[in-house]
Every structure is written in C-alpha cells, then in structure tokens.
Write a protein that binds this ligand. Sequence first.
Ligand SMILES: Cc1cc2nc3c(=O)[nH]c(=O)nc-3n(C[C@H](O)[C@H](O)[C@H](O)COP(=O)(O)O)c2cc1C
Length: 328
Amino acid sequence: MIEVNGLVKCFDGFAALDGATLSVPAGSVYGLVGPNGAGKSTLIRHLTGIFRQDAGTVRISGQDVWENAALKARIAAIPDDWYYFLQSSIRDMMRFYRGFYPDFSMERYEKLKEVFHKPVMANVSGFSVDDYAYTCEKLDREDQVGWLEVNISCPNVHNGGMAFGVTPEGAAEVTRAVKAVTKKPVIMKLSPNVTDVAAIARSCEAAGADGISLINTVLSMRIDLKTKRPVVANVMGGLSGPAVFPLALRMVWQVCEAVSIPVVGMGGVSSAEDVIEMMLAGATAVEVGAANLVDPCACQKIVRDLPRAMEQYGINDLKEIIGGARHG
Ligand SMILES: Cc1cc2nc3c(=O)[nH]c(=O)nc-3n(C[C@H](O)[C@H](O)[C@H](O)COP(=O)(O)O)c2cc1C
C-alpha cells in the first residue's frame, strides 16, 4: 500500500507539489498522467526516497520512505534518462551500486550482461603503420569488439609529420596492413583536410576496407583579440560540432558516389534531422561526437526523436532513404 498525504515540496519558493494526496492499494498498477510540470516526477522522487518532503507524509506498507534503507531496497525506479559517470563503463557503475546495496547479486549482474551484451566499435590511432597493425591484431582477439574504425587522420612521424589519411597511397598502406591482421570488419576513418576525399576513399576500398567513415575534425584556428595570440596553444586545432555539418555532408555525398562499400557519416550531427540528411546523402549509419560533450544524453535524445522526424518527413523506413537525395 502506497499512501501519500498532504505532500508539499517547494523549490526556490515554487510549490511543485502542494498538498498532493494519493492512495495505491497493494497489488494494483497505477499510472500518473499529466502535462510537463504537473509534479509527476517530483512525486515519484518522494516515493523512492530521493526527495525529502517539506510537509505531509509518504508511506509505503505503513512506513515512512525517507531515509528508510530497508524499505528503499525494495523499491526500483527506472528514470527516463540513464545516468552514468563520465567515461564510466558498465563495470564501473556496477561497482558503484554494489557499494550501496548489501544484497547486490553478482550472479544476476552476470546474467543481465549476457542479455545486454553488444559488440562495440574500437577506434584505432597510430603513429606508424606498425602501430596500427599491432593494435588491430590485439583487438582482433577481443570478443566484445565488433568492428574496427581506423583513424588515419593522425600524424605520421615517418612521413615528415603528414597524416596517413591525406594521400591515397598512405591510406591504402594502412588499410592493407590492418586487413592482414584482423578478420573483423575494418572501417577507414578519413580526414576532411584534403582536396580529393573521393580518391582516398577509393584507394581504401581497393585495399580491402569494409567501410568508410568521415569526417574527422577540420583543421582550424581562432585568435584571442585581447592577447592577440592564437587561442589554442598548438596554434591550430580540430573543429567539430554543428559548424562542420555542411562540409561533412558534402564529403559524405562525394565518398558515397565514389565507393560501393558502406559509408558512416559524421561531423556536426546533433539532431534527428541531421541524421536523416546524412542518410539521404548516402550514409548507412551515423556517428555523433561533439554533441555528446554538450549533452551526454544527445544520442539517446536523437534516437528517441527519430520516429517524430521520420513521420514529419513521410519516412517509413530509414533504410529506404539511404542515398535518396542522389536518385532522381
Ligand atoms: C574531444 C574530441 C576527441 C576526439 N577524439 C577522436 C579519436 O580519438 N579518434 C577519432 O577517430 N576521432 C576523434 N574525434 C573526432 C570525432 O570522432 C568526429 O570525427 C569529429 O569531431 C566530427 O564529428 P562531431 O562534429 O560529431 O564531433 C574527436 C573529437 C573531439 C571533439
């Protein structure tokens, strides 16, 4: 039995709940319906002991919820947005929660891991062809790595500080070296800092790449007007985010015309509409980078918003629109 009586909760003088009263008999299923701001989440946070009420009572099975560890151990709350610590893995979060819950079950955790096990993409960088081959060979032995994304936009110390990805020959050399040491699909990630991205993509395809992804960051700079010096200590740095989207889209378009292997589009994607545009240009899949730094839930929000955007633009199946802007 859940009983809420005269519940009051104020935030900075605003009464989010003002005398809420609720009674839920044992064994029944209840839904809370109301517009944004009605106080549904605030009520749930009291029922789960996250918030302490300003006035009123919140009781489950006749006991006050607040600071009642034994009672709270019987309550599960699944939020709309999942919260992770930055850069944390599932294992890190498991360790964190295990510290709180005395009856945490490792056995159940292991079982759930099997259900939710998904392969990940490993992104590989290197300073020499040997670096790439060495790392990819190691990753080839990792079950959880589904495919490799090989970033060839980093400095090549054996080639006068150039990037492998800026010449068709350099790109092909890395592709061949990586393909020789792994059976996993290899996606070559290209740099936008080139004049003929299509030629580089074609060269990767001919060397055996299973896919192409692009774009990496765009070499850029700013000058601080107060100090009259470059803002970035290295003078130049990689530009990402919404500003690069039109450039990325153009390059994805060009590469899709040049190769017949799948292309993964990225660069400034921050909305469901951007995903659709990338796919219309020919991308089979889309990656999101900088938007995650602005909002850690960016990907989740984009995925959730996609059905709405698809409906708005009369799209039934995303697969059907891949390259759609190039036909007709
Ligand atoms: C902080 C930061 C770190 C990045 N690190 C990598 C990296 O390790 N490997 C890589 O291939 N690309 C890296 N990138 C490039 C992004 O993956 C992406 O290609 C680029 O930023 C454009 O996409 P976006 O505008 O969605 O971020 C990084 C970008 C940023 C902003």
